[in-house]
Design a protein around this ligand. Structure first.
Ligand SMILES: [Zn+2]
Length: 345
């Protein structure tokens, strides 16, 4: 078996709309150390049979149906529900009309934000050490961004944070807000490095190296990647880039050796250099991206949000967090739709 050493990095930065889910059973986030590389040959045929082709926000992706009914994105730690995927690229509307979200149109695929910048959670069965790491992770996000965490009372939308049962420092998470179905599952040795990353998925972020323009910043060494992990290094053409440029320090960024099959780097900068392992903190890009996606002021926008917002235009490509007026109503752009905020007098 693999001995993973921990460190993941995923950052939000790509915050993008492109969020994916990873499958959880794979310790996907961990970075392999050079000395602990798994030399076990991989049966590529059997791996490929597990994956099916779907479309996520208009981009073709490989997904694997997991035992719990969710789909792992290309075998990663990111999990998607069936209604976040579609069977054809045309089902996704990249620039929806604001009231599509209300009428139920244009909802195929995609990711949803949390309301009022608040992640509502339920903790179920974590050991005391992981709980402590979870609290550190909450504090990291809430101390540096507009995100808040609230233990559930009677809210209908929440994320359940529980143990995966795996004796590992790893995790998996669903992408964005999904009613009562969202989850984060953590190994019994999960540290804040991993948990901070998983929370990024919960907020709606996919992996940083999936950015469409990533080749301008990094080199992906496919020859060094484990065969069953290569799909995770896809480029998403539809993910919305909330920040620029690519951020090697993002908590959503894979490490230089993540999923290496031979001890050599899977990702380097353009000069061929590796970069430091992820730490238990979010980067400046993560902070900027999160505060763009989850603007200050929460959900109701305050007193003059209507007068501060422009009329919606079909010729504008909006980004998550943008606000517009449409037919006298204030809307805020979600990852893949518009959310109604309030009527403008
Ligand atoms: Zn991840």
């Amino acid at each position: 078996m693999k001995h993973l050493r921990s460190s993941y990095r995923l950052v939000l930065i790509t915050l993008v709309c492109t969020l994916y889910l990873v499958s959880c059973t794979k310790d996907a986030i961990e970075t392999y150390t050079v000395e602990s590389v798994d030399e076990t040959p991989i049966n590529e045929e059997s791996q490929d049979k597990d994956f099916i082709t779907k479309y996520f926000m208009g981009t073709e992706v490989k997904v694997k149906l997991e035992d719990d009914g969710t789909y792992s994105l290309a075998g990663s730690d990111t999990r998607l529900f069936e209604n976040q995927l579609s069977d054809s690229p045309g089902a996704y509307e990249a620039n929806p009309v604001p009231d599509d979200g209300i009428t139920g149109l244009a909802l195929v695929g995609g990711v949803r934000k949390w309301s009022n910048n608040t992640v509502v959670y339920v903790i179920n069965g974590l050991n005391s050490q992981v709980r402590s790491e979870l609290q550190k992770s909450f504090n990291e996000w809430s101390g540096k961004t507009n995100i808040r965490f609230k233990e559930r009372t009677n809210e209908s939308t929440y994320v359940t944070i529980s143990s995966s049962g795996s004796n590992s420092n790893s995790g998996v998470a669903t992408l964005g807000s999904n009613g009562s179905r969202s989850f984060i599952r953590l190994g019994t040795r999960a540290t804040a490095v991993v948990i901070i990353h998983e929370i990024g998925h919960t907020l709606g972020y996919i992996h940083e190296q999936n950015r469409s323009h990533r080749d301008n910043y990094i080199i992906i060494n496919f020859d060094n990647i484990q065969d069953d992990a290569k799909d995770q290094f896809f480029k998403s053409s539809s993910a919305s880039l909330v920040t620029n440029p690519l951020d090697l320090n993002s908590t959503m960024m894979y490490g230089s050796y993540t999923f290496s099959k031979n001890g050599r780097p899977t990702i380097t900068d353009l000069n061929g250099n590796t970069y430091p392992q992820s730490q238990a903190r979010i980067s400046s890009g993560d902070i900027a991206g999160t505060n763009a996606v989850y603007p200050g002021g929460g959900g109701d926008g305050g007193g003059d949000a209507c007068s501060d917002s422009k009329q919606w235009s079909s010729s504008t490509q909006y980004k998550v967090g943008d606000r517009v007026i449409y037919q006298g109503r204030l809307y805020e752009r979600d990852f893949s739709r518009w959310n109604f905020i309030k009527n403008c007098g």
